[in-house]
Design a protein around this ligand. Structure first.
Ligand SMILES: [Zn+2]
Ligand SMILES: [Zn+2]
Length: 264
C-alpha cells in the first residue's frame, strides 16, 4: 500500500499484490496524479482498475480522466454512479454496497459506511493470507464496519479531527455539525476507540489518514495512540495531503543484525 495523498483536498491510495495493482479513489487532476505517481516511481499504466469509495470530489474528481487515460475499468456503487459526479468512464462496473469483488490477485470486500453520500463504501483487500483495509470518510463506527476491518495486516484509518479543535476552529457551525456528526468524519477519539475494539495482533502498519489541516494536530493523534498502546506509534505512518506515504507492506523485514563492515 502507498498513498499519493490524503485529506479533504484529494485522496488516492495504491494497493499492489503479485502482478495486480489498483487505485482507491482519485481526487487529483490527471497532471497532478501523474506527478505524484512519478514521485513514487510508479507507472500509472500498471493500474488494473480504479475503485471509488464515494462521489465527494476529494475522492472522485480525477477518476474519469485517469480511467480514460489508462483505459481501465472503474468500480463504484450504483448510488455513487447515480450521483452523476463520476461520468465518462471508459468501462464502468457497478455493484451494491457490501459486495465481494475479484480484481486480479485481490479479493476485495466493499463495506458500506455511514457518510453523507449516496451509497458510500470503503474497502478491505485480501491477498494470500494478508489483509489491508482502507477506511476513511465515516461519521461513526458500526458493528458491521468493526467486523469487516478486524485482523488487518495493514490499516489505513481516518483520524479526521480533534473534537476540541473542530469546536474552536474556523468552520461555520453547520459544517462543524456535519463533520462531527454520525454521517461525517471520525474524530481522533472515535478512531482510537475503534482501534481498541479490533484484534491488532497481525497489524504491521497503521496509516493515519484524511487528517484535517484545520481541525487536527499530530500531537492530538499521538496522544490518543499513546494512551491506547505506545507500541502503535512505532507502526504508524502519516498520510499527508502533500505527499501521502511511501510503500508499506505486510511482511516485516528483520533488522540487520550482522556487523556493519567499513567500505573498502
Ligand atoms: Zn473525503
Ligand atoms: Zn466524503
Amino acid at each position: 500500500m502507498a498513498s499519493l495523498g490524503s485529506g479533504s483536498r484529494g485522496n488516492a491510495t495504491l494497493l499492489q499484490a503479485d502482478e495486480s495493482c489498483v487505485l482507491v479513489d482519485c481526487g487529483f487532476s490527471l497532471r497532478e496524479i501523474q506527478r505524484r505517481a512519478a514521485q513514487r516511481d510508479f507507472d500509472l499504466s500498471d493500474l488494473d482498475a480504479i475503485l471509488v469509495t464515494h462521489e465527494h470530489s476529494d475522492h472522485s474528481s480525477g477518476v474519469a480522466a485517469l480511467a480514460r487515460h489508462c483505459d481501465i475499468p472503474v468500480y463504484l456503487t450504483h448510488g455513487t454512479l447515480a450521483s452523476g459526479r463520476v461520468s465518462n468512464c471508459p468501462q464502468v462496473r457497478t455493484f451494491n454496497g457490501d459486495t465481494q469483488l475479484h480484481i486480479g490477485a485481490f479479493k476485495v470486500q466493499a463495506v458500506t459506511v455511514p457518510h453523507d453520500a449516496r451509497e458510500p463504501v470503503q474497502y478491505c483487500f485480501e491477498y494470500a493470507d494478508q489483509r489491508a483495509g482502507v477506511l476513511t470518510d465515516l461519521g461513526s463506527v458500526t458493528s458491521h464496519v468493526r467486523n469487516a476491518f478486524d485482523d488487518c495486516d495493514l490499516l489505513l484509518l481516518e483520524f479526521n479531527h480533534d473534537r476540541r479543535l473542530l469546536a474552536d476552529g474556523p468552520y461555520p457551525i453547520s459544517l462543524k455539525r456535519r463533520v462531527g456528526g454520525d454521517w461525517g468524519h471520525l474524530s481522533n477519539t472515535q478512531a482510537a476507540e475503534f482501534l481498541a475494539q479490533l484484534n491488532l495482533s497481525r497489524l504491521k502498519h497503521l496509516a493515519i489518514a484524511h487528517i484535517s489541516e484545520k481541525n487536527n494536530s499530530r500531537e492530538s493523534v499521538e496522544t490518543q495512540l499513546r494512551e491506547l498502546d505506545p507500541a502503535l506509534l512505532d507502526k504508524t505512518v502519516w498520510a499527508t495531503q502533500a505527499d501521502g506515504f511511501d510503500w508499506i507492506e505486510p511482511s516485516v523485514r528483520k533488522p540487520f543484525e550482522g556487523r556493519h563492515l567499513e567500505p573498502i
